[in-house]
Design a protein around this ligand. Structure first.
Ligand code: FNR
Length: 380
């Protein structure tokens, strides 16, 4: 299947699956535990039904969205994906450039394989996602580096108090250093393009952490170090300290309740991202789309409420805006694109979603994202 035959994000996923070793594909595709929360995101989005209003004039339509005082060319941005370069080499750079050229946000993960300093060379308007460990030291230094690199928006992720357990990864021996079974080694041998590209580009690292590692760090110690870089202590005092250390726009990502939403707002967040981390952390988590309306009601327009988790089609994006999202992100769809066909694949993912949004707007009689509200969804 070539890129010209790709019509949907599901097609890109199928192509990616063929090109990427199973261990890396499962890391991208899988979720917490056996994957219940991934299924829940998809099922909850499918349950939302759009209510057409065809007695309207939707002949001129725009997909642009204003967010933090800037007009973004499209309604969907690229969520932070840690260790994406293991799925396809240079994915961080590919996604950052794709978003920058398209005029939509790209969020660099703390756990990316490209440093803050390098990503801004490709995408000067990139956002940065922050994890915090038990001590503030590294997080505060990363905020300093992000500021010096010219980053304007930071998203603190709060939904990884402890690392998720993903059984697909555990069964594949996906850890660093890799512990592949014979079957896994054979599977790698069937993916020559991935192997050649990975050899050419070098083994991905956790580039943002390199300044804090000692010089002899190898993949194994880096991975152990990474696992220690999340913390179950996200007390209000810590959040307030981090907020105060950042002069720019400060977002909190991983909100699933009105309580966390109101706390984050009180502690100074300039925006929230309703997310269950694409179903990768808490297996019993509710779908992000189901939590969105109550958070939107509680925040009542005071700060932007964004959303990710499970978005695979333009109709999904439209549903999220109808239910009150001020902006929407996706993670896996763009990495499927990059793994399927590099930069052209990532661009294709964005083009597919944008074309589907435009078509869905027309089909429900709306001319812009700002037009969308709860009257466009069937009451639930
Ligand atoms: C993620 N996500 C994530 N989020 C974050 O805040 N920091 C991170 O380092 C990562 N890493 C990461 C790796 C991989 C492989 C995936 C798929 C996801 C979560 C991500 O930002 C986003 O919340 C989800 O990907 C959204 O769900 P969909 O669009 O993938 O369904």
């Amino acid at each position: 299947m070539g890129l010209d035959r790709i019509q949907t994000i599901a097609d890109l996923r199928r192509l990616a699956k063929r090109r990427v070793p199973r261990m890396a594909f499962d890391f991208l595709d899988g979720g917490a535990g056996e994957g219940l929360a991934v299924c829940e995101n998809a099922a909850a989005l499918a349950r939302v039904k759009l209510q057409p209003r065809n007695l309207s004039d939707a002949s001129v339509r725009t997909r642009s969205v204003e967010l933090f005082g800037l007009r973004r060319s499209g309604p969907i941005g690229i969520a932070p994906v840690g260790f994406a370069n293991v799925i396809w080499p240079h994915t961080d750079t590919i996604l950052a450039r794709t978003a920058h050229e398209a005029g939509v946000p790209y969020v660099l993960s703390t756990a990316a394989s490209t440093s803050i300093e390098d990503i801004v060379k490709v995408a000067p308007d990139a956002w940065f996602q922050l994890y915090v460990s038990d001590s503030d030291e590294i997080a505060l230094d990363m905020l300093r580096r992000a500021g010096e690199a010219g980053i304007k928006v930071v998203a603190l992720t709060i939904d990884v108090p402890v690392p998720g357990r993903r059984y697909r990864d555990m069964r594949n021996g996906f850890s660093l250093p890799l512990k592949p079974s014979l079957a896994t080694i054979l599977d790698f041998a069937l993916r020559p393009a991935w192997i050649l590209e990975t050899l050419r580009r070098g083994t991905p690292t956790f580039a943002n952490y390199v300044p804090y590692m000692n010089e002899n760090a190898n993949a194994g110690t880096l991975a152990a170090f990474m696992a220690s870089q999340v913390s179950p202590n996200l007390s209000p005092e810590r959040i307030a300290r981090l907020r105060d250390a950042w002069p720019g726009t400060f977002l909190v990502k991983g909100i699933l309740s009105t309580r966390d939403a109101l706390d984050a707002e009180r502690l100074g967040a300039d925006g929230l991202i309703v997310s269950n981390h694409g179903g990768r952390q808490l297996e019993a988590a509710p779908a992000a789309i189901d939590c969105l309306p109550e958070v939107v009601r509680a925040i009542n327009g005071r700060i932007p409420v964004m959303m990710d988790s499970g978005i695979r089609t333009g109709a999904d994006i439209v549903k999220a805006y109808c239910l009150g999202a001020d902006y929407v992100f996706a993670g896996r769809p763009f990495v499927f694109g990059s793994a399927a066909a590099g930069e052209a694949g990532a661009r294709r993912a964005l083009d597919i979603l944008n074309a589907e949004v435009d078509q869905t707007l027309g089909q429900i009689g709306a001319s812009s994202m700002a037009d969308l509200d709860e009257s466009h969804v069937r009451p639930r």
